[in-house]
Every structure is written in structure tokens, then in C-alpha cells.
Design a protein around this ligand. Structure first.
Ligand SMILES: [Zn+2]
Length: 288
């Protein structure tokens, strides 16, 4: 399941250089392993990536110049330190100025409430990791993936257009998917299901239905922010509810059905919260 979840439909390989002070090594390594879970991201951390015997200073300079992103982990330890972390940052900043293009992209990441001294860093949007690690990580991923997304889809106005709704892989321009054979133009869509390619919460794109029970419908979907395949579960009790013709609103029948509907919804939300707690899968629930 891990591979299913971390599969990304985009192939751009993004090198991310992680710069840190030795005091912050533990967090740097955590960030390294979390970024590594994404197929199109290759994080670079000196302790993980330098092969013994290599000239590490030259190697680091080359790595910085070859990176798509430079994550500067800033903490009270690193900003006061006159060590290599400052040199790395200076190389990255000089490089940015010298070329004045987005070949390298600095993301300052604060690990505590430190105040960066370099004026040039102050003008770049920060990400804070110390209040909520998960929120901070998501912001970093958003910044990284958004650029990959834009690079891939410069030519198309609808950025998800090439994504197959059968398997959430990038099928290119072809109508029939070369990976799963899904033929979008010759598939019948049940009127009680949500329309394929519908975007929920400006973030989740609905794909094909992968399961339906008495109380809900499960769709395959694309998380447009994290660029991951997800399962989207919708509360839809077919016995006492029906979908309006606009295919979004679910209404329930009158009388006793209303009570059953509400009761079911309550336990559905409870169940979803439980699933979200124990699973890495970003399930979402929608309900009316
Ligand atoms: Zn497909």
C-alpha cells in the first residue's frame, strides 16, 4: 500500500539540498526520510549522500548548484554558528544572485523562533517547523510540488487534464489510458455517483468509483496538492437518500429516513476519523 500511496503521476526529479547545523541533525534526517517517500523528490543530506573519500566541500558546492531547491534549516544554533551551514547558505544566495533565475530555489525553514541575520533570507517566504512539523512539511511539499506541477503543465490550462481517472497516472494526451486501459469517453457514469474530474475542496479530484456499499461510495482520486493517489469516501446511504440531478447535493427522504440518515452520518464521520488516525491515507469525508 505504501507504494500506492506515495505514487506520483509526475516524473520530474527534484533534487532538494538540505542544509543544517550539526545540532539539528536529528530533524534534518527526519525531513530527509519524509521527503524521500515522494517518488519525484531526491533529497540530499551530506551524511546520507556523500561517499567516503570524495572531496566533500567541492561536492557540496556542486550539489547546491545542481539542486532544484535549497532547504536552509534555520535555528538558534545554525544562525549564530560560523560553520559550514553559513557557507552553504552563502553559496546558495550568491548563486541565486549570480544567475538571477529560479534554477535554485531557497526555502528557509525555521526550527525555532530564531531571527535570521542575512537580509536576503528575510525577504524570502519562511516555513516554520516548530509549531507543527506536519503543517510545515506540507508547506514545503506544496512549494516543491507546485513548481513541478507548473513545469509539467505549462502548456495546458487544466493541470489535471492528462491524469487518467481510472488509475491516477499521467496518461499523456491519449484518451485510452496506456497503463490501465480506462477509456474515459466510452464509460457509463451512474447518475448517483459524483462526476469524474469534479474537484472537492479545491484540492481533491474525483476519479472512478472503486467501491460502493449501503452507506457509502469510495472513489479513487488525486490529491492535487501532494500529488498523491488517494481514496475518497463519500457518505451516501442509498436506502434513504438520493442524489440531485446536479450530481453534488445528496438529499434524504422525509420521515424516519431523516433520522436514520443523520444517525448514519454521525457514525460515518466517527469511523472516518478513526481510519484517518490509524492510516496514512488521507481520507476525506464529505457530507450534506
Ligand atoms: Zn489509467
Amino acid at each position: 500500500m505504501e507504494n500506492e500511496n506515495t505514487y506520483t503521476p509526475f516524473s520530474n526529479d527534484l533534487k532538494v539540498f538540505i542544509s543544517y547545523a550539526s545540532e539539528d541533525k536529528e530533524l534534518a534526517m527526519k525531513l530527509f526520510s519524509d521527503l524521500k517517500k515522494h517518488n519525484n523528490i531526491t533529497p540530499w543530506l551530506d551524511s546520507e549522500s556523500i561517499i567516503v573519500g570524495q572531496n566533500w566541500k567541492n561536492m557540496i558546492i556542486n550539489e547546491i548548484k545542481n539542486s532544484s531547491y535549497f532547504l536552509a534549516l534555520l535555528s538558534s544554533s545554525s544562525i549564530t554558528k560560523n560553520g559550514f551551514v553559513q557557507k552553504e547558505l552563502k553559496i546558495a544566495l550568491d548563486y541565486l544572485e549570480e544567475y538571477s533565475q529560479n534554477e535554485i530555489f531557497i526555502i528557509p525553514v525555521r526550527l525555532d523562533e530564531c531571527d535570521p541575520t542575512d537580509e536576503r533570507i528575510k525577504n524570502i517566504h519562511w516555513v516554520d517547523l516548530f509549531q507543527s512539523y506536519q503543517d510545515g512539511l506540507n508547506k514545503i511539499l506544496q512549494a516543491i510540488q507546485l513548481k513541478a506541477h507548473n513545469d509539467n503543465y505549462e502548456q495546458t490550462s487544466d493541470q489535471s487534464f492528462n491524469i487518467c481517472i481510472g488509475c491516477i497516472k499521467n496518461k499523456g494526451n491519449s484518451i485510452v489510458c496506456k497503463y490501465c486501459g480506462y477509456d474515459e469517453n466510452n464509460t457509463f457514469y451512474h447518475p448517483s455517483h459524483l462526476k469524474p474530474r469534479k474537484i472537492l475542496n479545491k484540492r481533491y479530484m474525483i476519479g472512478k468509483v472503486i467501491g460502493q456499499g449501503a452507506f457509502g461510495i469510495t472513489y479513487i482520486g488525486l490529491d492535487k496538492v501532494l500529488l498523491k493517489k488517494v481514496a475518497i469516501k463519500e457518505y451516501f446511504p442509498s436506502t434513504f437518500g438520493t442524489r440531485d440531478f446536479n450530481r453534488l447535493t445528496v438529499t434524504c427522504y422525509d420521515g424516519d429516513a431523516k433520522n436514520y440518515y443523520k444517525k448514519g452520518l454521525k457514525s460515518f464521520i466517527g469511523e472516518s476519523k478513526l481510519i484517518a488516525k490509524f492510516s496514512k491515507n488521507p481520507y476525506i469525508q464529505r457530507s450534506r
